[in-house]
Design a protein around this ligand. Structure first.
Ligand code: IPM
Ligand code: MG
Length: 364
């Protein structure tokens, strides 16, 4: 199959990790007889420096004209003091809105090889951790009306959801649950927020169409607590943009492998999806061959699965990553307390070597 992939390396370690992602995609293409071509797109801080804006129209156009988009990371201290509407993060919101990718799938999985890095006690994580957070991505308070009064003494942001917006994200929640353990927890603040009450109504209305799915509801404050108290109770969590933003960071941290977690942002299937590691741009280690490319590489697996329907190829990448971890290879961020031992054994590797190892495992 022939596909065009837009690449947004972005800032910080973005270029380091996207490079490894494309090398891995090329290895998969060679092995399975596909042809992937790439186009580089400027977005984030680099675009601010070059064009004075985080997401030039041309960048969004190139993304929309491609079959899938792979993003590294955007942002860094260099742009911390630019006005809000020009911040690198604006590129992310612009891409999500512009590409209409309303569903953000964030799997929080604990890799068994890295369980020592999990900050929770063994008795809490027990058999492991495998949660899928389905975050609404193009609505709610991040996209709602905001402003300030004339005196600059008051500011507001608005949480607002329409029924169709809730339906389409919950549909993905229900369907994802059916492919997993058939449990869907809708997280909200329905004891206070009217918008949350609408989410609940819509979920209850949809539930009969998914009889195998065990639907539950939880307030977001309780969910934040339950995630560290008993994370094993969750399978799929579906929630609003802001709650999903917060809970997905929490969930990723408890897996102990934030440098390992991928994400997919999907629309209605008529346009490209947006794939990115969930970690940030880590400017302090940019360009030093220190970044962990595995979250990006695993995002490439999601890209192949969701945008191109290439399940076998996606699994091939995931298995290769598993094998490399099984063999004990680690970048420093995932070495944990074993760092010195691994370093002495020559098992601590940089960005490029990690990419090489995954490629080798793909070809084995
Ligand atoms: C994320 C990030 C972004 C968000 C920021 C950088 C705009 O935190 O992808 O979770 O809030 O969505
Ligand atoms: Mg976030």
């Amino acid at each position: 199959m022939e596909k065009k992939i837009a690449l947004i390396p972005g800032d910080g370690i973005g270029p380091d990790i996207v490079r490894e992602g494309t090398r891995v995609l090329d290895a998969v293409a060679a092995k399975f007889n596909h042809k992937f071509s790439y186009e580089n797109v400027d977005a984030g801080g680099v675009a601010i420096d070059k064009y004075g804006e985080p997401l030039p129209e041309k960048s969004l156009k190139t993304c929309l004209a491609s079959d899938a988009v792979l993003l590294g990371a955007v942002g860094g201290p260099k742009w911390d003091n630019v006005p809000g509407n020009l911040r690198p993060e604006k590129a992310l919101l612009g891409l999500r809105g512009g590409m209409k990718v309303f569903a953000n799938l964030r799997p929080a999985v604990m890799f068994k090889q890295l369980s020592a890095a999990c900050p929770l006690k063994d008795e809490i994580v027990g058999a492991g951790l495998d949660i899928l957070i389905v975050r609404e991505l193009t609505g709610g308070i991040y996209f709602g009306e905001r402003g300030r009064n004339a005196e600059n003494t008051e500011a507001w942001d608005t949480e607002r959801y329409t029924k169709p917006e809730i339906q389409r994200i919950l549909k993905i929640g229900f369907e994802s649950a059916m492919k997993r353990k058939n449990k869907l927890c809708v997280v909200d603040k329905a004891n206070i927020l009217e918008s949350s009450r609408l989410w609940r109504e819509v979920a209850q209305e949809m539930a009969p169409a998914y009889p195998s799915v065990d639907l539950s509801f939880m307030y977001v404050d309780n969910a934040a607590m339950q995630l560290v108290r008993n994370p094993g109770q969750f399978d799929v969590i579906a929630t609003s943009n802001m709650f999903g933003d917060i809970l997905s960071d929490e969930a990723s941290q408890i897996t102990g492998s934030i440098g390992m977690l991928a994400s997919a942002s999907l629309g209605d299937g008529t346009g490209p999806g947006l794939y990115e590691p969930i970690h940030g741009s880590a400017p302090d280690i940019a360009g030093k061959d220190l970044a962990n490319p595995l979250a990006t590489i695993l995002s490439c697996a999601m890209l192949l699965r969701y945008d191109f329907g290439l399940e076998e190829e996606a699994r091939c990448i995931e298995k290769a990553v598993d094998k490399v971890l099984d063999e004990g290879w680690r970048t420093r961020d995932i070495a944990g307390s074993d760092f010195e031992k691994l370093e002495a054994a020559g098992k601590i590797v940089g960005t490029k070597k990690m990419g090489d190892l995954v490629i080798k495992a793909i070809n084995d």
